[in-house]
Design a protein around this ligand. Structure first.
Ligand SMILES: [Ca+2]
Ligand SMILES: [Ca+2]
Length: 148
């Protein structure tokens, strides 16, 4: 539409189309959409507000009305453990943003953001030293003649 209107107005008949591209075309934009950076900083604010004991999850130990916690968990507790941790808050805000985009900017596409709070944890996992020690123990136990 734009290009054709523009051509009719500015381009003589038969003018090479190379010079006739619509100069007004812009990438789709979505006013008010959040990018991953926005979502990360909003997640930080949400956690700062609700996670009053600072254990990384919104749960009953926080200074929160249990019915309000239920509402948050109903929407954001993806793994169903009764609390909403920082990554679930983050995933929840991504989901809310994408629902908002579907409604207001359906052509804009969805945003996908990795959780910025993920910290690998290995409580109870054996370290290499543990495994070496256990191996030595096993060998001492079974290799009774000590030939390795
Ligand atoms: Ca907490
Ligand atoms: Ca959870």
């Amino acid at each position: 539409m734009c290009e054709n209107e523009w051509r009719v107005e500015y381009c003589p008949e038969g003018y090479p189309s190379l010079y006739c591209d619509c100069p007004f075309y812009v990438e789709p934009t979505c006013e008010g959409a959040w990018n991953c950076e926005d979502i990360a900083s909003i997640s930080v604010e949400v956690m700062a507000y609700y996670d009053t004991n600072g254990d990384g999850s919104i749960n009953l130990e926080d200074d929160i009305d249990p019915s309000h916690l239920d509402e948050i968990n109903a929407y954001c507790d993806f793994n169903g453990d009764g609390q909403t941790d920082a990554c679930e808050v983050h995933a929840c805000i991504v989901m809310i943003e994408n629902e908002w985009r579907d409604e207001y900017c359906p052509d804009y596409g969805h945003v996908y953001c990795d959780c910025p709070f993920y910290i690998p944890e290995c409580d109870g996992a054996w370290t290499c030293t543990d495994i070496a020690n256990i191996t030595v123990d096993v060998m001492n136990y079974y290799d009774t003649n000590g030939d390795g």
